[in-house]
Each structure stands twice: as structure tokens, then as C-alpha cells.
Write a new protein. Structure first.
Length: 112
């Protein structure tokens, strides 16, 4: 069994390294998790060796409170009956008062 502890922050690190940390089950600085000693886990730890500390534990050791179990998947809700879409609103015309003022100005200039 391997205890993997996140000992450095993830700010400014490569996205792929952040994903490996997430896949290991580590979330915050100082969090730790226990994994079986397999080549897959060793490879993941080797990829982010500069971010984590690894200690070997005996198989009978209890998991500490910091290691959280994986979240259960949320139940998928059935989509509600689709309501008919409302017709798009027609654009409102500009008030006619502005049109008459614009038309009246050239007529007033021409009369002078």
C-alpha cells in the first residue's frame, strides 16, 4: 500500500499533471490517499513526483480521515415535457415623432 500526499500546490502546473493528481484522488494541498502498490499507480506518482510525497504502508493499516471515498454519481433526472417555444417578438418600430421632426427640419431650412 502506498500513501500519496500532495505536498506542493497546483497553481501554474501543467494541465496533464493536474489531471494526474485528480486521478490519484488528491484535491487540496496536504491531502493524502492510500492506493495499492501497482505499476499504474507507480507510473502516475513518477509523473508528478515533484508534487507528492510517497510512503509505504502495511496492508492492514487503517485509512485516515483525510482520504475521502469517491463521490457517488448523481441520479439522472428525466427531462421535463418540453414546453412549446414562444414565437420571437417582432422588433418595435421607432416612434413616429422622431420621423416627423427629421422631415420638418429640412423643410424649415428650405423656407428661409
Amino acid at each position: 500500500m502506498l500513501r500519496v500526499t500532495l505536498t506542493r500546490g497546483l497553481v501554474g502546473k501543467k494541465d496533464i499533471h493536474k489531471k494526474v493528481i485528480q486521478a490519484l484522488g488528491l484535491r487540496k494541498f496536504g491531502s493524502s490517499v492510500v492506493h495499492n502498490d501497482t505499476p499504474i499507480i507507480r507510473g502516475m506518482v513518477n509523473k508528478v513526483h515533484y508534487l507528492v510525497t510517497v510512503t509505504e504502508e502495511k496492508a492492514g493499516t487503517a485509512v485516515t480521515a483525510k482520504a475521502k471515498p469517491a463521490r457517488a454519481a448523481k441520479p439522472v433526472k428525466a427531462p421535463a415535457a418540453a414546453a412549446p417555444k414562444a414565437a420571437p417578438k417582432a422588433e418595435a418600430k421607432k416612434p413616429a415623432a422622431k420621423e416627423t421632426k427629421a422631415a420638418a427640419k429640412p423643410a424649415a431650412k428650405a423656407a428661409k
